[in-house]
Design a protein around this ligand. Structure first.
Ligand code: PRX
Length: 649
């Protein structure tokens, strides 16, 4: 192992950590050799109403798929995040909230959070929500977002959180898929000094004639801004909370009852409703939160993710609250009003553990170190990274400028589908290498396979698969179990295919190289190229579109669209702007193409299939070694595309 690239575990961390390297190896070994025994023990970390006797029934055979954990046990997720802490820690702060405007601050104890969740759970029941119903949540980053989620969990309703940056059409398709009767939103959100018209987006979504299921819209008064009001359908959050009781018995849920749906993009079709269930998810989210961040009782933990993503579910809400942590929730963005905001918040709240994304680190890096001159950072102990590969320069900057060279970095690899972290260093156990997610968590068996599905051993590069189930794994695609089997278990028979490529080095460390399918990762947000293409071709002047990712300094990947206009339509700058706005309106701001190249033709085979590898290379400005173009129907197309490419570095 080359020592230059190795960051050893600081001895003070190793000595006080939950696990050191020897313990990691022993526990990992045990988790693989004797998974039943391992999880029988660790499943006890959550409170069960009826303890489980069955541990796991899992098969990745696509004809005989089975993923069940702790399946004769019963529990309630909200009770695990709240009630279990009341006796000893009721007065402990559960949520510290800081508004977009730092002058707005709130602190909510576990006792208060419990009361709010009980009240809102009763309020939901009063609006007709019952066990098993899907409730759509479209909220800003306020404590009430967590209250809404936990209230659903309390009464056995299934929440489906939609990221507040998604468009009305995206809300509509998710509401329809889940057949939601109730939508929870706020009048407006506030981010980076701007108001976000959330209620207005919900109104637009529900005016879609295909949305017939919604009966009630519950609206939190966040800004007092002007909104449209539909009598009989819309209800103020405050008005139903005022009359609700603080007592609400929680539902007894089976371990395999659904906890939530969260939609995520794949390489084809509409976003999939990823379904997570209760028991295994709670065990896995809380256990990974404790071990990966070496969380200690009393620590202040800040995850900068939005609640609309899986990181916000597992590592802002369920994992840390199950562990009784004090979490910091920030309404806005950590580089507003200035790049110093992140450091100011760490110091102001004495944050011990910070979990954020490479895209933010790169954005701060671009602003210069002097932005952090006034930053103390003494409270900080552990730092995490998630969402996309972190480039070594950004890793080192994070380590030096934010971590003051003494905080271990955990580069955590996982997915919406995995529910929790699968590959990551453990702070007290794993020497780190900038850019590597390092080693698997307990119970996780990663492997690399070639394109035929043969397992490759040793130092190698290949497709990343997982060989057996872990408790936090998704159970199905909501309403489409065949799609679940097809997407994840058919490409490589008998294995879970992640969609990622990875390299394993001579020390057995994993380096994620990025998606090998048609999914792109823009600022840590996952998008299917097919989604952006279908938004583009929905525009009346567009005949055809092909979308690829290309390397982007801050976002990791940018969106590069090749667009063929309908016959006779002139390619103008105005049209380019209009198309960018169009995609933004159809999907949301995060899907806005960075570059749109108008193309007379696209590289196609004689049978009409678009050869995307040429498009990826041209977008990345890698034009010297394009490969064999002899199978193209019209190889001359390539020359024109190269000449008119937009990313000439
Ligand atoms: O490509 C991997 C990348 O993000 C994808 C999962 O995206 P999503 O479901 O939105 O979940 C993001 C938050 C867990 C993965 O397939 N990814 C995530 N974490 C890392 C990563 N790539 C490299 N390193 C990571 N630490």
């Amino acid at each position: 192992m080359s020592s230059q690239s190795l960051y050893q575990v600081p001895s003070d961390i190793a000595n006080n950590a939950l696990v050191n390297n020897d313990q990691y190896k022993k526990m990992y070994q045990e988790s693989i050799v004797n998974p039943e025994g391992f999880w029988r023990e660790h499943g006890k970390r959550v409170d069960w109403i009826k303890p489980y006797s069955k541990i796991k029934q899992t098969s990745f055979d696509d004809h005989n798929l089975s993923i069940e954990w702790f399946y004769d046990g019963t529990l309630n997720a909200s009770a695990n995040c709240l009630d279990r802490h009341l006796e000893d820690n009721g007065d402990k702060v559960a949520i510290i909230w800081e508004g977009d405007d730092a002058a707005e601050q709130r602190k909510i104890t576990y006792k208060e959070l419990h009361a709010d969740v009980c009240k809102f759970a009763n309020a939901l029941r009063s609006q007709g929500v019952a066990r098993g119903d899907v409730v759509t949540i479209y909220m800003p980053m306020v404590p009430e977002a967590a209250v809404a989620m936990l209230a659903c969990a309390r009464i056995g309703a299934v929440h489906s959180v939609v990221f507040g940056g998604f468009s009305p059409d995206s809300i509509a398709s998710r509401v329809i898929d889940g057949k939601s009767k109730v939508v929870i939103t706020a009048d407006e959100g506030i981010r980076g000094g701007r108001k976000i018209p959330l209620k207005d987006s919900v109104d637009q979504a529900l005016s879609n004639p295909d949305v017939q299921c919604v009966e009630k819209v519950i609206v939190l008064n966040r800004t007092g801004g002007d909104i449209n009001w539909v009598e009989g359908r819309d209800i103020w959050w405050e008005s139903i909370m005022d009359v609700a009781s603080e007592h609400c018995a929680y539902e007894e849920m089976n371990a395999e009852d659904p906890l939530f749906l969260l939609y995520t993009s794949g390489s084809t079709g509409n976003p999939k409703g990823v379904l997570h269930t209760t028991g295994g998810y709670m065990v896995y989210a809380s256990m990974t939160h404790e071990y990966v961040f070496d969380y200690k009782d009393g620590e202040i933990y800040w995850c900068t993710a939005d609640v609309g993503w899986i990181t916000g579910h597992s590592y802002m809400v369920y994992g840390p609250l199950a562990n009784g942590a004090t979490i910091l929730i920030h309404e806005g963005v950590p580089n507003y009003p200035s790049p110093a905001r992140l450091g100011e918040m760490i110091d102001r709240h004495n944050v011990n553990i910070l979990y954020t994304a490479p895209t933010l680190i790169r954005a701060l890096m671009a602003e210069g170190k002097e932005q952090f001159d006034g930053f103390d950072g003494k409270s900080l102990r552990i730092m995490g990274s998630v969402g996309e590969p972190i480039n070594p320069e950004a890793w080192r900057w994070y380590h030096e400028v934010i971590g003051r060279e003494h905080c271990p970095i955990v580069d955590t690899w996982w997915q919406t589908e995995t529910g929790g972290i699968l590959i990551s260093p453990l702070p007290g156990a794993t020497d780190t290498k900038p850019g590597s997610a390092t080693r698997p968590f307990f119970g996780v068996q990663p492997a690399l396979v070639d394109n035929m599905g043969n397992i490759i051993e040793g130092a190698a590069e290949g497709n990343l698969v997982i060989l057996d189930s872990w408790p936090g794994q998704m159970r199905t695609v909501y309403g489409d179990h065949d799609r679940f089997a097809l997407t994840y278990f058919k490409t490589f028979r008998g294995m879970y295919f992640t969609g990622d490529g990875a390299r394993r080095d001579e020390d057995g460390y994993y380096w994620i190289t990025g998606r090998v399918d048609d999914v792109i990762n823009v600022s840590g947000h996952r998008l299917g190229t097919a989604e952006v293409e279908s938004a583009l071709v929905a525009h009346e002047l567009v005949a055809e579109a092909a979308v690829v990712g290309y390397p982007h300094d801050i976002k990791g990947q940018g969106i590069y669209a090749y667009v063929t206009l309908s016959r006779g339509i002139e390619a103008t700058e105005e049209l380019r702007l209009e198309l960018r706005q169009w995609v933004r309106k159809e999907i949301g701001a995060l899907a806005t193409p960075d570059l749109i190249q108008f193309a007379g033709g696209l590289p196609k085979t004689r049978s009409g299939k678009i050869m995307r590898r040429f498009l990826r290379k041209i977008a990345a400005n890698e034009i010297t070694n394009l490969g064999d173009s002899s199978t193209l129907a019209d190889p001359a197309v390539i020359d024109t595309l190269i000449e008119t490419r937009l990313n000439k570095a």
